[in-house]
Design a protein around this ligand. Structure first.
Ligand SMILES: Nc1ncnc2c1ncn2[C@@H]1O[C@H](COP(=O)(O)OP(=O)(O)O)[C@@H](O)[C@H]1O
Ligand SMILES: CC(=O)N[C@@H](CCC(=O)OP(=O)(O)O)C(=O)O
Length: 301
């Protein structure tokens, strides 16, 4: 009798039995999330610092096990750079960009024309012969209906309606929507919408199982200078209390408020995780190792 072919000793640094354990560990999570909607919001900073290819692979893997993933992206730093190149100085109030007509044109050009295109292309490159990613702007199909927030902010919009069927129909066809958050009012006037808020509105309207914010930090830190001070879990009420805490800086505020609003709006959990970490999304969804900050309706027991 000939000896069996020897198994390789390691696969990607794991032994065959460890690799099998990781796959088996994923099974209950795959069962839990198959057929459910998961909203993935990519912050502009995370996009610049993350491993794009790994993220595209995560989204495609989740899709292939039946998770209905919707990708929503920001692009604040990318807009800032284009404004600077055009000689305009970005101005923010409470974390929102003051958006005059010229700024609105730049936001639309950068978010819809550049950031969205690049994400769609990255996912479709990884998808090989099944290019499933489809770019959608909030203006398309009436997806994000907006109304002006405050005259002092110009063309900044609040989401007043989400036409969730636009996204459900794409998902039903096996496609993966990649959404940029320029919406429009009922007359067709475009508005610049904060991407954290838009993701929250979409998650609530789609009855999502989870919303995951991928950002350029390990999660919510009690001390922003100390990565070890991660707050792993808190309730939406505890999160709201933290909003005015001096340790919470500008970029985090819309994300925290949107996470609390999503959970209070019926999304079971919101997560703020490190988008710079390769495969952060898969680790969060399909393994026993929760990462980052998890927000739930009730306090941790
Ligand atoms: N308490 C805090 N914990 C973690 N990060 C914080 C905190 N306060 C401020 N930040 C900063 O907020 C940033 C997230 O905001 P921002 O970059 O605008 O988000 P995004 O581009 O993902 O929407 C983090 O990268 C971090 O530098
Ligand atoms: C009104 C408003 O502020 N809109 C944001 C939209 C992009 C965004 O939210 O990008 P991040 O997720 O990278 O922050 C902006 O113009 O920067």
């Amino acid at each position: 009798m000939t000896d069996p072919v020897p198994l390789p000793q390691t696969i990607s640094g794991l032994s065959p039995s460890e690799t099998a354990r990781v796959l088996v560990e994923a099974l209950p999570y795959i069962r839990k999330f198959a057929g459910k909607t998961v909203i993935v919001k990519l912050g502009g900073n995370a996009i610049e610092k993350s491993v794009d290819k790994a993220l595209a692979q995560d989204v495609l893997l989740l899709r292939s096990v039946g998770v209905r993933c919707v990708v929503i992206h920001g692009g604040g730093p990318q807009v800032d750079r284009t404004m600077a190149a055009m000689g305009k100085t970005p101005e923010f109030r409470d974390g929102l960009r003051v958006t005059d007509a010229e700024t609105l044109a730049i936001v639309r050009m950068v978010l819809v024309g550049q950031v969205n295109r690049e994400l769609v292309a990255t996912i479709n490159r990884e998808a090989l012969d099944d290019p499933v990613a489809v770019g959608v702007a909030g203006e398309d199909g009436g997806l994000l209906v907006a109304s002006p927030r405050d005259p002092a902010l110009g063309f900044v919009g609040d989401v007043v309606e989400v036409r969730a069927s636009v996204l459900h129909r794409l998902l039903d066809e096996g496609l993966t929507p990649v959404v940029s958050t320029v919406g429009a009012d009922r007359s067709g006037q475009p508005y610049n919408i904060n991407a954290d808020e838009a993701a929250r509105a979409i998650a609530v309207a789609m009855h999502a199982e989870k919303i995951v914010y991928l950002t350029a930090a390990p999660g919510l830190l009690a001390d922003p200078g100390d990565p070890a001070s991660l707050i792993a879990r808190l309730s939406s009420a505890e999160l709201r209390e933290r909003l005015s805490h001096p340790s919470v800086g500008q970029g985090m505020i819309p994300k925290l408020r949107a996470s609390a609003d999503a959970v209070d709006g019926g999304v079971p959990t919101a997560h703020i995780i490190d988008g710079r970490l390769a495969h952060a999304l898969l680790i969060e969804l399909l393994t026993d190792r929760g990462i980052g900050t998890m927000v739930t309706k009730d306090a941790a027991v």
